[in-house]
Design a protein around this ligand. Sequence first.
Ligand code: SF4
Length: 284
Amino acid sequence: MLTGESTGMALPADFQFHQANLQDYVECQRRFQLRYLRHVAWPAVPGEKVLDNEKQMQLGDQFHHMVHQSFLGISSDDIVLAAKDENLQRWWSNYMQAMHGTLAGTTYPERTLAGRLQGYRLLAKYDFIAVLPGRKVTIYDWKTARRKMDRKRLAARLQTRAYMYLLVEVGAYLNAGQPIRPEQIELIYWFANYPDEPERFCYGEEQYRADHRYLAGLVQEIDAKGDGDFSSCTDDKVCGWCVYRSLCGQGTTLGDADDAGTELEPEGNADIAIDFEQIAEIEF
Ligand code: SF4
């Protein structure tokens, strides 16, 4: 396990890092500051695209809920009966054909893991983890975006890096008490609109160490900033879909999230809802 110490108390001591707020930071430091440090609630300018995006996120959320229900023992027929939207029905059919029955091992749907990095808590919320104790650990993440994000972008995302890193750090309790070695981990992104084109990422010691340096560096950098010196993004595409665009003088027209390289997923850029009872058992 790699460890590090806090460099100071510029952030609230109980500040929690996770893949979504770190992703916000690397996309736009200003957005991180507005959203997570100043808690600025800024309503999106109403419009057809906004409503469409909201609907897309709600459907994604529902799909995640449906998969979770199936692991709680609810029958597929009952689950799909409640799905009124045709996209949702199609995603479910794709899921049943491509994934159902393939998730071997001890399974952990909707898990949140918590570790510590540079003196702060680091969290990751996983859609699904399947463990073959002592052999292999597979992380599954369900994606419902209209367009499939390319592999290079996926590899660079904080989600990819934090998911695998944190599993090495604190995943032993899922693995019969044995530490999980990086080379035992695989991450699979499964796309509900592209069911036969999953993206698989294998982990290893070198990447784990690189991720530790990268994540610790980000936390350290943010910690050192306090509440000042958060630079604004200069990419129009990123600003174009950002909820703060009117506040930043970037216009009111909503851009295209796909063009911006972001994702309209239920967990995408929203703060993570944490079930502290669930993570209490793995706190250290
Ligand atoms: S509008 Fe652009 S500069 Fe402003 S917070 Fe959003 S991404 Fe950052």
